[in-house]
Design a protein around this ligand. Sequence first.
Ligand code: GLV
Ligand code: MG
Length: 300
Amino acid sequence: MSSPGSSERFLAKAPTVPADMSFLDLEDSVAPLEKPASRARVADAIRNLDWDDRVLCVRVNAWDTEWTYEDVIEVVSNAGPRLDELMLPKVQSAAEVVALDLLLTQVEKKCGLPVGHVGIEAQIETTRGLINVEEICAASPRLETIIFGPADFAASMEMPVLTGGVAIPEYPGDHFNYVFSKILMAGRANGLQVIDGPFLKVRELDSLRDFSQRTRVLGYDGKWALTPDQVGVLNEVYSPTQEQFDKAHAILDAYKKATEQDLAGAVMFGDEMIDEASRKMATKFVTRGERAGLTRSPAE
Ligand code: GLV
Ligand code: MG
C-alpha cells in the first residue's frame, strides 16, 4: 500500500495495515514544496515504527526532476538497514536504473550498509518506458520488481480519459492488455516480481475486485493498494495457488539451510538468487496460503 510521505498521520497508519509491502511516497502524492521535509519524515517513520516483516520501500522522484539524488542520499543515509527497496518512477531507459544502482552503491558504502542492500522497484508508466521495458528489466541485479503505473501511462499515451487504471466500458476488450502482457513478459524473463498499478476509484471495491482479475489471471503477483479497504480486496484476489504455496515453503527451507548451516546471506534456488527479501515474500505467501486454508503438498 502507498502512503504519502508528507503526512505523519498516514505514515503512522501504514504499519497497521496488513499489506505485503508498504511504500512511503516522495513522488506524486507529495506537493513540491513538501518534498524536502518529507525525506526526514519518511526516514524517521522507517526507523521508529514497527514494520513487522513486510517489504518496506520508499518511492523517490523521477530522474527528470531536481529531487532524485537528494531523495536517495537523505533517505538511504538516515533510514537505516530496515529500508529494503527504493521505487523509481517513470523509468524511461535502462540507464536510469543503472544511474540509481551506482548512486546507491556510493551511499551504501558511505553509510556502512552492505553494497546491494537496497533493492530497486521500477515503475513503467510512459510510452518510452514501455518500449524499453525489456532492457529496463535486465538493467541491474538490484531490480526486484516491475510495476505498472496506469495513471501516468494514460497521460503519456494521451488517452482521452480522466481516470487512469479503471475499465473503459466504451472499449471492446481490455485496453491495457498489450501493456499488461508486455510488462509481465519482460519482468518474468528476468526473474522479477510483477505488480499491477493503482485503481483510482477507491470507493468502488467490487469494480476493483473485477478489474484486478485481469492481471491476476495473466500471472501478476499483486496490485498496488491506495487504501486499507483495497488491501482487503487485493489480499483475497491475489491469494496464492497450491504451487506457489509449495514453492514458498521450499524457498524458506533453502534460505534457512543457507543462512543457518552454510552461513550465506544469498543463495541460488534453482536458477534464482534468493535472499532476505525473498524470505519476506515467501513468508507472506505461506501466511496468505495458510489463511486461505492451504496445506503443503507431500514431498514427491
Ligand atoms: C502510478 O504511479 C500511476 O501513475 O498510475
Ligand atoms: Mg505514476
